[in-house]
Design a protein around this ligand. Structure first.
Ligand SMILES: *Cc1c(COP(=O)(O)O)cnc(C)c1O
Length: 351
């Protein structure tokens, strides 16, 4: 794929945005990093010679995975970084580009709570541009100033998504990096923004295998961006951030992506069924439209419904204390059997 940036301007942008200590940093160079030839006797990394294969450190750059994921997303492997969950990618972005006690990130609440927590851990200010009726505040965002702007699409917990056109307009006006968190993109009618990274220099797309791929347990996430941004993230990532078992498992899953597509289809069918059933239940006020693997549902008394469900052994996410989500529960779409249990329990609920 052709990269159409003016490389001087791209480098100037990276230079302006990168945290000072990161610019000055001499990165750690691991044994696996420094030797790049062919060999059969590895006495360079103080590994054990025993315990076949797992005695060796993993590939620090997850090259096979980056290739496979890049191919899947229609970008080069040089546009991909692999992380220990997408949460690690989000943390790396803050550490690479934001100066503690000085810089801000921008979020659009109600949204994924981890952006704020990671910002706090990194000593960053959070400027909020709240959603209006669950939609982006266009004027607010076009006037926002900060290093990183986090857009979650489809958004957790509201379930709705924004268009690629809007992503492009945001990148055009924002003076920092726009981060689009696509954890739920497989369940959406909207296209992924991943391919845009070869044209838009201040865009990072974050993806994960934790949701549609059914692999939350292996911790596998990706960042997609232009090569210069990826280079900065590679400079500061923990040397062996993705372990061998995860690399192997993730690669195997990518090679069988049809399975993921089947699971997504099933979840979408179930999402429709659950939404329709919920709409016919008395204690339900509103089922919000969803492009994700969950439904945000407004009840007359969310907390009482939550407690009632727990007594029946069913756990959902209580979002009713989140500003903008008053009286709302976030309900993940499960198997047909699990969903039927949920619906049957709710039918028994008497206020
Ligand atoms: C679930 C979720 C993630 C996934 O994080 P991982 O670290 O990859 O498991 C990322 N972003 C959002 C908005 C999520 O809801």
């Amino acid at each position: 794929m052709q990269c159409v940036f003016d490389s001087k301007r791209l480098k100037a942008m990276i230079n302006r945005l990168t945290r000072l200590n990161v610019k000055k940093l001499t990165p750690y160079s691991s044994a696996r990093n420094e030797f790049e030839g062919k060999a059969s006797v590895f006495l360079d990394a103080n590994e054990s010679p025993f315990n076949n294969n797992l005695n060796r450190y993993p590939d620090p750059f997850s090259k096979a995975l980056r290739n496979a994921w890049g191919e899947l997303q229609g970008v080069n492997s040089s546009n991909v970084i692999a992380g220990n969950g997408s949460d690690e990618i989000i943390d790396l972005l803050m550490r690479a580009f934001c100066e503690p006690k000085q810089d801000s990130i921008i979020t659009c609440p109600p949204t994924y709570g981890l952006y704020r927590v990671l910002a706090s851990i990194n000593g960053l200010k959070v400027a909020e541009v709240p959603l209006i009726n669950f939609e982006p505040d266009v004027d607010g965002l076009f006037n926002a100033v900060g290093k990183l702007l986090f857009i979650c699409s489809p958004n957790n917990p509201t379930g709705n998504a924004i268009s690629i056109d809007f992503v492009m307009r945001l990148c055009d006006t924002f003076n920092g990096i726009v981060v689009v968190d696509e954890a739920y993109i497989d369940f959406s009618n909207n296209e992924s923004s991943a391919k845009l990274v070869t044209r838009i220099k201040n865009l990072v797309v974050v993806q994960t295998m934790s949701k549609a791929w059914g692999l939350a347990g292996i911790r596998m996430g990706f960042g997609i961006a232009n090569e210069e941004i990826i280079k900065v993230l590679d400079k500061i990532k923990p040397p062996y951030n993705v372990n061998s078992l995860t690399q192997q498992y993730a690669l195997k899953a990518i090679n069988q992506y049809e399975q993921k597509n089947e699971w997504v289809k099933s979840t979408l069918r179930q999402r429709n069924i659950v939404a329709a059933s919920l709409n016919s239940i008395d204690c339900v006020n509103q089922v919000f439209p969803s492009e994700a693997n969950f439904l945000l549902v407004k009840f007359q008394e969310a907390k009482a419904v939550f407690d009632f469900l727990v007594k029946r052994g069913i756990v959902v996410r209580n979002r009713s204390t989140v500003p903008g989500c008053e009286n709302c529960l976030r309900i993940t779409i499960g198997t047909a059997v699990e969903n039927a249990q949920l619906i049957n329990a709710l039918k028994d609920y008497k206020s």
